[in-house]
Write a protein that binds this ligand. Sequence first.
Ligand code: ADP
Length: 487
Amino acid sequence: MNAVTTIEKTSANTDFFDRPYLLSIAGKLVDAEHSFDVINPATGKVLAQAPDASEEQLHEAIESAKTAFIGWSALGYEERQGYLERYADALQENRNDLVRLLTLEQGKPLETMAAPEVDQAIAYVRQIAKRRLPVEIVEDNDTHLVELHHVPLGVVGGITPWNFPVLLALWKVAPALITGNTFVLKPTEFTPLTALRFGEIAQEVLPAGVLSVVSGDKGLGPVLTGHPDIAKISFTGSTETGKHVIRAAADTVKRVTLELGGNDAAIVLPDAEYETIIPKLFWGAFGHQGQWCVGIKRLYVPRSIHEDFVEKFVAYARTVKVGNGLDPEVGVGPVQNRMQFEKLKGFLDDIKANGQNIVLGGEIDEDQSGYFFPITVVNDPSEDSKIVREEQFGPILPILVYDDVDDAVRRANDSIYGLGGSVWGRDTEAAVQVANRLEAGMVWVNEIHTQSVDIPFGGVKQSGLGTEQGDEGRKLFTNPKTVLIHK
Ligand code: ADP
C-alpha cells in the first residue's frame, strides 16, 4: 500500500498544481520575464518555477494598490466584510489543494500541521471580516465634541517568511483590508507558491489592486520598504532583516510592525505533572520542525525531576517519525531549506565540539536528498553555549536544569529576545506569578500556542515592534485621527 496520502482535489480549478504560478498585479495574473526554482524540501528537487518579478512590476502593484485605496477605503466596513467573506469562501473551495501545496513547498506534515494552518488562516479571514474599529467619543461636553476616528493608512506592504507561508500572510492581509487599506504582499523566495495561489484566488473576488502578490528574490524587499507610496510595512522574519526594515522605513516615516526572532523559554515548575505535559512540551518545541517564532527553544526543568523527565521526554520523542510530510505517519517533516539545514548543522558541530550531552538524535544521514534533520535533544548544556544563547529555529532542543525558580526566571530573561514563553505547574496561581516575571510579549500558563484574532500578539526587546491581532493589532493598520467639533 502506498503510504503517501493523496488528498482529493476539490477545487473548481482541476489544474491547481499544473498551471503556471503567476503574479497578481492590478487585478490581473501576469508572468515575469525571469523565474526561480522552488524546492520541495522533502526531496531536494525542484517543485515548480515561481515568477521573479521585476522592480517595475512591484511598482505597478503599488501603483494599482494606491489607486484601489480610494474606492476600497470609501466602502465602509459592511461592504468590505462582504468581500472578505467571499474571499474566505473562495479560499475554502481551494482548501485541500492549498493544504497539499503547503506541504509540498514547506515540508510540514499534511494532516497535523498544513491542514490546521490553512484552516486557521481561512477562519481568520472570516472572523476578522466581522471586526470593527468604531469612532470613539473622547470628550462630549457643553462646548465641544471630540471624536477619535481610526482611519486606514493607505497601501500596506507585507513581507513574510517561510515557516507559515499561508497563516502569517493572511493574518496581515485580513486586518489591513477590513480596516480599509490595500495590500501588496511579497512572500519569501523559499515558499512563494501558496501565496501566489491565494493571490490568484483573491483576483476572482476582490476589486482590482486591493491585494497584489509579487514574488521575487530578496532584492524586492528593500524596494517595498523604500517605496514612498507604502504607508506601512508589516514584517515577519529574522531580527537582522527586521533591523534593515526599520532603517529603510525611516526615510519616509513608514509605520512598521515587526514580528522577529525569539528564544522562548518553557519553565516546568517542581509541582508539574510532567508525565502528562511532555507531549505538549514536545510538540511545542518540535512541531513545524521547530521552525516557529514562538516554539519552545529552551526547556528549563527542576533538578528534583530532571533525570526522569529527560528519560520520559526522550522516550516520547522516539515515537515520532521524521520524514516526508505527505506520509500520514510522519510527525516532523524536513527542515524548510538548505540554508536553514546548514545553519542547524552548525549548531550540531558546536554542540559536539564542546562535548555537550546529546541524548537523542545528532546524526545526519548525508546521503539523503531531502533536508531531514533528526529530532535532537541536548541534555543540560552550559547556559552560555550557542544552542542556549542563539535561536536554533529547528529540531534541536536544549533541556536545562535549575535549582530554584528565581534562577530559572533570571536565565529565561537573560536574552536579547522576548517573544513568547510558557510556565507549567499544578498550582496555577504560583505558575501565573512566574509567568508575570517573564520578559516576553506572550506567556502561556499550562497551555501553549493558543492564538486567536482577538488575542494580541507581539514581541518585546529584539523580538519585535508593535502588535498583531486583537484591536491593538488592528489599530496599527490605522492612524488615529482626532476630530474636534465646537458646539
Ligand atoms: P530568513 O533569513 O529566515 O529567510 P529573513 O528575515 O531574511 O528570514 O526573510 C524574511 C522575509 O524578508 C523574506 O520575505 C525575505 O525575502 C525578506 N527580506 C530579506 N531581506 C530583506 C530586506 N533587506 N528588506 C526587506 N525584506 C527583506
